[in-house]
Design a protein around this ligand. Structure first.
Ligand code: 3PG
Length: 418
């Protein structure tokens, strides 16, 4: 048991029907029905292999995309094929989540066999909207269709989805209310590594923020600066733009409109409060990259043309931040500096990742885009810790007890039947 949660060493799985929630959420090419990346699938292989080797009748539950981000909302069928290839053993797939077909397939499992169910978010109760609007109590989670239909067929629940540990949804928090539970090897590794690191980061400790999902980033900034976990925050990506706006700098109407469209305008006020409290420890970009007729143009903040959209940090900013990364002892990075998929707007991200690859500091990156950038710039072997979770890592760093961690503690206290 670690942090009040059972590990795989604490539970009996042989001949047991085990529900195992994994996070294999990956970018999908829907025209070819293939996955653009398989990092998260690779990361949960040790848990799956161990459970199957020990003779569990293994049922895998996973989500893919979400209904509010429809481009990646897709079946988990291609994930099953990748799992089969990586494990070099059959992984059955059924295009059902908790209906009669899925339940029959679960009942038919023999020890060591593996079954992957379809995208759990095809079941409406599982939708991401839970996160935004509805909050179910633990008792209510246990009454959801998914839990009602699958829990009676299972002996044990295992969660290996650290990347989704901030989501309060039935497949993640419901089964622990009634089934004995444990965390998988990936969850254990990620949760324990990040927990220990946060307690004693070597200083100076630098946080580099980027990306476009910044809801929790502001909460996290407050926390890590207040607790002095972070000595300094470098804010790129959308967080940097919101903070520039909060500083009263003119970032141009297209960037302000984009921030409004993402629903982040309210963060400008939060940004003002953060700057008032910790202004000397938060750095915003001094210049930025934009596209003009398809060509990269850089401007100092304050000189941005009114029709230009900020798509990257500028070279002067990236150079100064490279130096900060080079002299830090611990560096956390979450999210790219801009639109790094396009070669015209990748320069800031590439320079930051070059610095990460060369610094003697202990480096930690988190999240899907950061992992993609790490691969793109050939830095995988040079980053000390790569966490599959992006949103989960940020939420964890806010100091909040993650919903799945809470639920797993509850399920760890439920005794297994002989
Ligand atoms: C992620 O990609 O961060 C996790 O898989 C959680 O996905 P979500 O943000 O759609 O809940």
């Amino acid at each position: 048991m670690r942090f009040g949660i059972n590990t795989l060493d604490d539970v009996a799985v042989t001949d047991k029907t085990v529900l195992c929630r994994i996070d294999i959420n990956q970018p999908v090419d829907q025209t070819t029905g293939t996955l653009k990346d398989t990092t998260r699938i690779e990361a949960c292989i040790p848990t799956i292999r161990e459970l199957s080797d020990k003779g569990a009748k293994l049922v895998l539950l996973a989500h893919q995309g979400s209904d509010i981000e429809y481009k990646n909302f897709y079946t988990t069928r291609p994930h099953g094929a990748v799992l089969s290839r990586l494990l070099d053993r059959e992984v059955r797939f059924i295009d059902d989540v908790c209906g009669p077909a899925a339940r029959d397939a679960i009942r038919a499992l023999r020890p060591g066999e593996i079954l992957l169910l379809d995208n759990v978010r095809f079941v409406s109760e599982e939708q991401t909207l839970f996160e935004l609007k509805l909050q179910l109590s633990p008792e209510e989670q246990a009454k959801t269709l998914l839990v009602r239909n699958l829990a009676p067929l299972a002996d044990l629940y295992i969660c290996d989805a650290f990347a989704a540990a901030h989501r309060d949804q039935p497949s993640l928090c419901g089964f622990e209310q009634i089934l004995p539970s444990a965390m998988g090897r990936l969850f254990e590794e990620e949760f324990c590594a990040i927990s220990s690191l946060m307690k004693r980061p070597e200083r100076p400790c630098l946080f580099v923020l980027g990306g476009t999902k910044i809801n929790d980033a502001f909460l996290m900034m407050d926390r890590v600066l207040q607790d002095a976990v972070a000595d300094r925050v470098l804010a790129g990506g959308l967080a940097g733009q919101v903070l520039l706006w909060a500083e009263g700098r003119d970032i141009g109407e297209p960037s302000r409109a984009f921030i409004r469209k993402q629903g982040y305008e309210a963060l400008v006020e939060t940004g003002r409060e953060l700057l008032a409290k910790y202004g000397d420890r938060i750095e915003t970009p001094v210049d930025c990259g934009t596209l003009n007729n398809g060509e990269r143009r850089e401007y100092r903040i304050g000189d941005i043309p009114q029709d230009a959209l900020i798509l990257d940090i500028g070279t002067e900013t990236a150079t100064a931040w490279q130096e900060r990364i080079g002299t830090a002892k611990t560096v956390f990075v979450n999210g790219p500096m801009g639109v790094f998929e396009d070669e015209k707007t990748e320069k800031g991200t590439r320079m930051i990742w070059d610095a990460l690859g060369g610094t003697p500091a202990y480096t930690v990156i988190g999240g899907g885009d950061s992992i993609t950038a790490t691969k793109k710039y050939g830095k995988t072997g040079f980053i000390n810790y790569i966490c599959t979770g992006g949103g989960a890592l940020i939420r964890f760093l806010t100091g909040e007890d993650l919903p799945v961690v809470r639920a797993l503690r509850h399920g760890s206290a439920i005794k297994q039947k002989e």
